[in-house]
Ligand binder design. Structure first.
Ligand SMILES: *Cc1c(COP(=O)(O)O)cnc(C)c1O
Length: 298
């Protein structure tokens, strides 16, 4: 896909000391570099859905999401690039001031329908209410086995000597893909950005083929900073520090919380000294546009 920049994905090395002074080797895979809006993991999760739409000559893709969904805006933009129509079913009432994300989706030509929370969860009702001919419906956040299959191809950018892979977890689709493609000596760790999303482990397992079900993975539930899209001053300070120290920009919803969790684990000596950690920068930087100017130093 010509509008994406795979040659710009690179590893951003960072050396961090653990509590006992070991220098831990950490690479950040900068998927955010693929595209400003079709941010990192969203492209990987969408790719097989888009391929299916093109191959089967669908004219429209439709999907679901909240007002701050990177998946919504990525779908809108990718559809536009591929000359497909797009429809976004948005959870909740139409806001008086649409989020930055929704504005961008609209500008990319996505038709937005605001539906109540109850209706949002009733898929067949919504598909009848907003009928679209020749339309491929994609689940919220790209959740599904095709999404995970696409995310599994992120492995191509992970250095082969990696022992631990860490990523942010929303629907868990990206993590399911990373578990599928992980080598036997690699452990996948996910930082859940939703509060008390304790069903996530099972939702991840539901996307794994039988042969991968015995693979061990770890989801951390202590780094959500109050819940999805919550970004208290402590998180903002951390993001500014991360940028100042390592020139690493992160987003307020996902990657900042992942990095916070990771650095906390390193500080607590969770990793052996010979660990080679690869963190997935899954993008999402467009979402920072919802903050007032000047709050972030990047
Ligand atoms: C959507 C998103 C995630 C979470 O991906 P899931 O597959 O839903 O778990 C992580 N990081 C960023 C930047 C995202 O936009």
């Amino acid at each position: 896909m010509t509008f994406l920049h795979f040659e710009e994905i690179y590893n951003h090395p960072i050396a961090i000391k653990s509590a006992i002074g070991d220098v831990i080797s950490l690479n950040v895979v900068r998927l955010d570099k693929v595209h400003q809006i079709v941010s990192g993991n969203k492209w990987f999760k969408l790719k097989y859905y888009l391929e299916e739409a093109l191959q089967n000559k669908y004219s429209t893709i439709a999907t679901w999401g909240g007002a701050y969904s990177n998946h919504i805006v990525a779908t809108a933009y990718a559809a536009k690039e591929l000359n497909l129509e797009s429809i976004g079913i948005i959870r909740g009432e139409q806001p008086q001031f649409p989020s930055h994300t929704l504005q961008q989706a609209k500008e990319a030509g996505m038709q937005l329908h605001f539906v109540s929370r109850t209706d949002f969860n009733n898929k067949s009702f919504i598909q009848q209410k907003y009928p679209a001919e020749n339309c491929l419906w994609i689940d919220e956040g790209g959740y599904g086995t095709l999404g995970a299959k696409g995310a599994a191809t992120i492995a191509e950018f992970i250095p082969s000597n990696t022992t631990h892979i860490i990523c942010a977890v929303g629907t868990g689709t990206m993590m399911a893909g990373l578990i599928q493609s992980a080598q036997p000596n690699q452990q996948v760790i996910g930082v859940s950005v939703l509060k008390n999303n304790l069903s996530i482990e099972n939702e991840i397992k539901a996307l794994l083929p039988t042969k991968d079900l015995q693979k061990k993975f770890l989801v951390l539930h202590d780094y959500h900073f109050g819940g999805y899209a919550k970004h208290p001053p402590a998180l903002i300070d951390f993001m500014n520090e991360l940028y100042h120290r390592y020139q690493l920009p992160t987003d307020i919803v996902y990657t900042s919380k992942m990095m916070y969790g990771l650095l906390d684990l390193i500080r607590k000596d969770h990793f052996p000294p010979d660990a080679v950690i690869t963190a997935i920068h899954s993008g999402g930087l467009q979402g920072n546009g919802s903050l007032s100017q000047g709050i972030l130093s990047f």
